[in-house]
Design a protein around this ligand. Structure first.
Ligand code: ADP
Length: 276
């Protein structure tokens, strides 16, 4: 059996709970071969944990993508892209590749930071990424932006947003109600253009959940690369990230990452599904 290869186009989180570090750790948990084309480096001030984002020169991104495509990824995932130019590069990377799966995690803010990275990016994601996406994994805020519906507060709102995002070209949409939706369960909504499926786990502690979104999208990508259907891939990814959150840990006074290996090494969590 040959090893499946996955390329992530994403930023570096020096604290390593999120970003390309979360992606690589997650790919490894699935025994897939992770590769990286780095977009930016995020460092944190040890006194305040405020984020310092340094983009890499675009020529350097181009060189990395060229290298990675020569190795032949089976799937490509995107994380923090940051500029319209990089969003276009990520779309082109998938088009130039022979990868079968393109998972778009439409990162708009760094967790812990309120500022939307760049509003023009939303339009660029709609134009360049959604039409190519096998699966897109917005959180509640990102789904509101990508659908143009604004603030989403209910399952009905999530359904309308999922339909709009699907109409904009994404073949499969999973909106993470996760931490933002008011509910005593962690609910995500999956839509394949026909059926809405609610994915549910218990809601665990949420103090140490840094990297949950990246880990969920990375696990979805790994499951697709391994041959699962998009529906099965997001269900598996949700169990994987739920375990990672339940066993998240305190790193310092500011942040606590998820435990990427918890599903395989500590505890497996089941996901309930229901058509809605
Ligand atoms: P993001 O990091 O992109 O904002 P979320 O943290 O909302 O995304 O969600 C990532 C995944 O983690 C989703 O599957 C979501 O349902 C799940 N999740 C988020 N918070 C919790 C929690 N407290 N307990 C269990 N699962 C959660």
């Amino acid at each position: 059996m040959s090893l499946k290869k996955i390329l992530t186009i994403a930023g570096s989180d020096t604290s390593a709970g999120a970003g390309m570090q979360a992606d690589l750790k997650t790919f490894q948990e699935y025994n897939t071969y992770g590769m990286v084309a780095l977009t930016a480096v995020v460092a944190m001030d040890p006194e305040t944990w405020s984020h310092d984002v340094t983009p890499l020169p675009i020529e350097l991104l181009d060189k990395q993508i060229k290298t990675a495509l020569s190795i032949g990824p089976d799937a490509i995932k995107t994380g923090m892209l940051g500029t319209e130019e990089i969003i276009e590069r990520a779309a082109k990377a998938f088009q130039d590749s022979n990868a079968q799966y393109f998972v778009v995690d439409p990162v708009m803010v760094c967790k812990g930071e309120d500022e939307v990275l760049n509003p023009g990016n939303t339009d660029a994601m709609i134009k360049h990424l959604l039409p190519l996406a096998t699966v897109v994994t917005p959180n509640l805020f990102e789904a509101g932006q990508l659908s143009g519906l604004g603030r989403l507060t209910s399952i009905e709102d999530m359904k309308r947003a999922a339909e709009t995002i699907h109409n904009r070209g994404a073949k499969h949409v999973v909106i993470k109600g996760g931490k933002a939706l008011e509910s005593d369960k962690a609910l995500d909504l999956y839509y394949d253009g026909k059926t809405f499926t609610l994915l549910t786990t218990d809601k665990f502690q949420s103090s140490y959940n840094h990297g949950a979104g990246c880990t969920f999208a990375a696990a979805t990508t790994a499951n697709l690369a391994l041959g699962k259907s998009p529906r099965e891939a997001v269900i598996a990814a949700k169990g994987f990230v739920a375990s990672a959150i339940k066993h998240g840990w305190k790193m310092n006074d500011f942040v606590g990452p998820v435990q990427h290996g918890a599903y395989n090494h500590v505890e497996k969590i089941d996901v309930a599904t229901e058509e809605v």
